[in-house]
Write a protein that binds this ligand. Structure first.
Ligand SMILES: Cc1cc2nc3c(=O)[nH]c(=O)nc-3n(C[C@H](O)[C@H](O)[C@H](O)COP(=O)(O)OP(=O)(O)OC[C@H]3O[C@@H](n4cnc5c(N)ncnc54)[C@H](O)[C@@H]3O)c2cc1C
Length: 506
């Protein structure tokens, strides 16, 4: 009889763990609280529009490049067209000046030097780092669970890293905010940190994004994020796995300090030889396991005052009867006067359109999106009160008023408005404080990522964790590798070789 594995969560980590567990002959069931797969890797249909809630760049879209193998094994990109952008973002100054963050380092260098010739040496250093990181294999750290690394794995890793160490030491220790402050040009000081998402992100991560986009290994899969997740769900089902939707796990059952199954909120019980939680980390540790198996390190990491930071966001999506395809796909506008949004001052906002994917809007129309990092506490405080709805309307109104300054008669063309707050992320995916990537990728999280977080718990046997809460910084490819690694650990425990196979079409 094959051993039974229960996986909690059908996000990308859970689906991936499910596929690899089936490839290795286990009897696998996934339990998912929502009625669709994907977790944070999702998109939502509203009338004729499809609003993407996740992928801006997906590492591994380039044939033969880092992370591509895992998508092949998971059948995630079969028959999927990939859109490769030539620029990451355009930033517009209030005086109308534009800076385009091209992915190609030569174009980027020329563009940044055009704006700020006095910053030329620094710009060249940075673009050289982008050039160098084009051949950096970020997937190396995830190829195998760190707990199973042998001396030869460490020495191979060390050899592969050696040429990059000086650059890593320089750029991993510098945040995008610190990087921006080094520019003499005030425009680039403000523009550069915005290009990489948030000011705390270590520049090594920002450089990797540009480097991978420039070698066409960080594209967007047409059909949007839900279709991408559905492809992995199909692979799991084709491999003979079972998924239970609308099945929220309340407790992990433990006997003699060994995980033996789960109990759902419906009170249904399921037994297994192993349990893998690919769901929210805090719920897993503090609710499903009642905080009984915490190491001092985990207590530190989850401490709300001194632990790692999380990353809540708000997404305002608009369906507009207007074709934006001749506009740059992602533009951040620097504002002369700050805006007040949900109690926070904003000095910029980014507007993205998805015309590069016809699945997102009818012909002649566009799906637009504004995403902003926002405070969870504010939304949690008003959640369940009438103010919650009116605050969402107000945020949308303020943003539309800003967009109307750029596209004066846009209001007439708006057919649909959709707002997802941190409470929406929390409700639909169970993620702690509505976090979009688990732990926010800053210098501390990057250090933790390099160090590696443990996937098992002290004193609890036959239990593993996978996904963004044990992979600081998250991201779709890293959590897919995390699911794969959880199964490698189980195979190791069972004394079995870890096997992979490609889909019949692959
Ligand atoms: C707006 C946005 C943009 C992003 N952009 C990118 C990008 O461009 N590139 C990139 O690589 N990554 C991006 N990410 C990050 C990426 O989406 C996540 O890091 C990744 O999808 C997390 O996957 P996961 O499986 O670890 O967790 P999740 O997606 O959170 O999956 C966990 C699953 O567990 C389920 N669950 C939770 N609790 C329970 C329970 N009690 N019982 C049963 N099921 C439960 C949830 O419903 C969910 O389906 C983005 C995320 C967001 C939100």
């Amino acid at each position: 009889m094959p051993k039974k594995i229960i996986i909690i969560g059908a996000g990308i980590a859970g689906l991936s763990a499910g596929c690899y567990a089936r490839m290795n002959g286990f009897d696998v069931q996934i339990f998912e609280l929502h009625h669709i797969p994907g977790g944070l890797c999702t998109a939502w249909k509203r009338k004729n529009y499809l609003f993407d809630g996740c992928i801006h760049y997906l590492y591994g879209t380039g044939e033969g490049k880092p992370f591509h193998n895992i998508w092949k094994e998971l059948g995630a990109l079969d028959q999927t067209e990939i859109v490769n952008h030539s620029e990451l973002m355009t930033v517009v100054n209030p005086n109308g000046d534009c800076f385009t963050a091209y992915c190609d380092p030569d174009q980027l260098e020329e563009e940044a030097c055009r704006i700020s010739p006095q910053d030329r040496p620094f710009i060249r250093d940075f673009c050289n780092a982008v050039r160098q990181f084009q051949s950096f294999d970020l997937s190396l750290l995830q190829q195998k669970p760190r707990a199973l690394w042998k001396a030869s794995d460490w020495s191979n890793f060390g050899r592969a890293m050696l040429p990059f160490l000086p650059a890593m030491a320089r750029w991993a220790g510098m945040s995008a905010g610190e990087f921006g402050r080094r520019f003499k040009s005030e425009f680039l000081q403000r523009a550069f940190p915005l290009v990489f998402g948030w000011p705390e992100i270590p520049m090594m991560a920002g450089i990797s994004i540009l480097a991978y986009m420039s070698i066409q290994n960080a594209g967007f899969p047409r059909g949007a994020s839900e279709a991408f997740a559905r492809a992995i769900e199909k692979r799991f089902l084709d491999l003979g796995g079972v998924i239970h939707y609308n099945a929220q796990v309340e407790k992990i059952l433990v006997r003699d300090h060994r995980a033996v199954g789960i109990r759902l909120y419906s009170d249904d019980l399921y037994e297994a030889d192993y349990v893998v939680s690919a769901a929210d980390g805090r719920t897993t540790l503090f609710d499903m396991l009642d905080g009984r198996y915490l190491s001092p390190d985990l207590r530190r990491v989850y401490d709300q005052e001194t632990g790692l930071a999380v990353h809540p966001m708000i997404q305002v999506s608009l369906g507009v009867r207007r074709d934006f395809s001749d506009q740059p796909h992602w533009v951040t506008y620097l504002l002369e006067e700050p805006l007040l949004l949900a109690g926070e001052e904003r000095r910029d906002f980014g507007l993205k359109h998805y015309c590069f994917d016809p699945a997102t809007a009818p012909s002649g129309c566009s799906a637009l999106e504004v995403i902003l990092r926002i405070k969870y506490a504010y939304w949690q405080h008003i959640y369940g009160h009438r103010l919650y709805d009116s605050e969402q309307d107000q945020v949308a109104d303020v943003l539309i008023a800003q967009i109307a300054k750029i596209y004066p008669d846009i209001r007439e063309d708006i057919e649909l408005i959709d707002v997802a707050t941190p409470m929406s992320y929390e409700r639909y995916t169970g993620n702690w404080r509505g976090s979009s990537v688990g732990w926010l990728l800053d210098k501390r999280a990057m250090f933790k990522m390099m160090q590696g977080m443990r996937k098992d718990l002290p004193g609890l046997r036959n239990f593993y964790m996978a996904g963004q809460w044990v992979e600081p910084g998250g991201s779709v490819p890293v959590v897919a590798m995390s699911g794969r690694n959880a199964v490698q650990l189980i195979c190791h425990q069972e004394g079995m070789p870890f096997e992979v196979c490609l889909p019949a079409s692959g």
